[in-house]
Design a protein around this ligand. Structure first.
Ligand code: HEC
Length: 217
């Protein structure tokens, strides 16, 4: 009986004390630090640092792990030429890298450059974009450093792909582009009415205009 009385009193006290008018008041919390961590939230002020900011800047002159190394070649004609002479692919030419390069090419480049890099991607065939030069023709001797520079900064009509592709990914794609460079020049058929041969002709026109624009720089 005493026990029942105790249970009754306990429930009554709990009932009275656990109700609260303030809907935002959580009432008693069992181990509140399990709900609310002691850590500071991002963008909050912080008394532990001199500048009283929780988000601290990286130490000057340091590069975080897995972050891109700074690209030493400037966005200028000289930078482009220097990259062409000095910049080499740091990755090993393995089957895995090449396969990954092909996969990335088919995501980021194929719609303009075409599956064989001849400048006849779907964007070009649909008339949405002028044909880029062919890897195996006008660009067959293009050094890898220049390719890296172009993917990083963009060049004329081609935009920068630096935000989509990290440096390793760029080198993997370049590895694949180099296999396309070796495919040989496209042959222009005499019939001349197929989409492929049409774009081949367009490509050579563009190449001429590109030579002109290069000379201007
Ligand atoms: C929107 C269409 C488009 C896309 C997407 C595109 N390119 Fe290009 N690319 C071009 C055009 C146009 C040029 C010719 C630029 C010029 O005027 O020299 C070009 C030129 C190039 C060149 C020659 C650069 C040089 O130094 O002369 C390379 C290499 C190249 N692209 C690689 C790629 C790779 C790799 C990708 C995918 C990551 C890619 N492109 C995506 C349109 C595109």
């Amino acid at each position: 009986m005493k026990f029942l009385y105790f249970v009754f009193c306990f429930s009554l006290v709990t009932l009275i004390t656990s109700c609260n008018d303030d809907p935002k008041n959580p009432g008693y919390e069992y181990m509140p630090d399990m709900y609310r961590t002691a850590s500071y939230k991002a963008n909050s002020s912080n008394p532990n640092f001199k500048d009283s900011m929780t988000d601290q800047k990286p130490v000057e002159g340091t590069i975080a792990r897995n972050q891109a190394m700074p690209f030493a070649y400037p966005k200028s004609n000289d930078g482009y030429e220097a990259a062409g002479k000095e910049l080499m692919n740091p990755l090993a030419k393995t089957e895995i890298n090449l396969t990954e390069g092909k996969r990335l090419f088919e995501i980021y480049c194929i719609h303009c450059h075409g599956s064989e890099g001849k400048g006849d991607g779907t964007m070009v065939q649909n008339g949405k974009f002028p044909p880029p030069p062919s890897y195996s023709n006008q660009l067959k001797d293009l050094p890898e450093g220049k390719m890296f520079w172009t993917i990083t900064y963009g060049k004329n009509l081609m935009g920068s792909h630096a935000s989509q592709l990290n440096q390793d990914e760029r080198w993997k794609i370049i590895m694949y582009v180099q296999t396309l460079q070796k495919l040989g020049a496209p042959t222009v058929t005499s019939s001349g009415d197929s989409a492929a041969s049409k774009s081949t002709k367009d490509t050579s026109k563009i190449a001429v205009s590109q030579k002109k624009s290069k000379a201007k720089k």
